[in-house]
Design a protein around this ligand. Structure first.
Ligand code: FES
Ligand code: FES
Length: 160
């Protein structure tokens, strides 16, 4: 039996009837057409499906969409504000933090949370914070540089 849910995604509230077994990643990709959230392992290992749920990074391949009822989801499509890239997106661009790009949306969502929680992370803290995201292109060093770029930019903007 379908269940009525109301889920806010990137600032827009969607009310619909969905199957309780529908995974959040499929709700985002198939029901809403937000294909920036990728599907990789489907077992909570690779992090390609990472989104923010009320500001907290979650792997959308291993939670049901009904669990997001009443909550707010941010996907990679909702990260840029007013036409300006999020500092983490800018960092990935400037520091060449992507190769094929498959892991990139998930990496960026996890990095956004990381920088939000720790505005001045060490290399070790960045690597630890991104442990749940795998890159098969093995470009980890540039990803670390991208997160440092974002942290520096955020700190400079806050005047600290
Ligand atoms: S697809 Fe969700 S963690 Fe890999
Ligand atoms: S850039 Fe290809 S998997 Fe990470």
């Amino acid at each position: 039996m379908k269940k009525a849910v109301s889920i806010t995604v990137n600032g827009k509230t969607h009310t619909s009837e969905i199957e309780p077994r529908l995974l959040l990643v499929h709700f985002l990709r198939d029901a809403l057409g937000l294909t920036g959230t990728h599907v990789g392992c489907e077992t909570s290992i690779c992090g390609a499906c990472t989104v923010l749920l009320d500001g907290q990074s979650v792997k959308s391949c291993t939670m049901f969409a009904v669990q997001a009822d009443g909550l707010s989801v941010t996907t990679i499509e909702g990260l840029a504000a007013n036409g300006a890239l999020h500092p983490v997106q800018e960092g990935f661009w400037e520091c060449h933090g992507l190769q094929c790009g498959y892991c990139t949306p998930g990496m960026i969502m996890s990095s956004a949370q990381l920088v939000d929680r720790n505005p001045n992370p060490t290399d070790e803290e960045i690597r630890h914070g991104l442990e749940g995201n795998l890159c098969r292109c093995t470009g980890y060093q540039n990803i670390v540089e991208a997160v440092k770029y974002a942290a520096n930019k955020t700190l400079a903007a806050s005047g600290d």
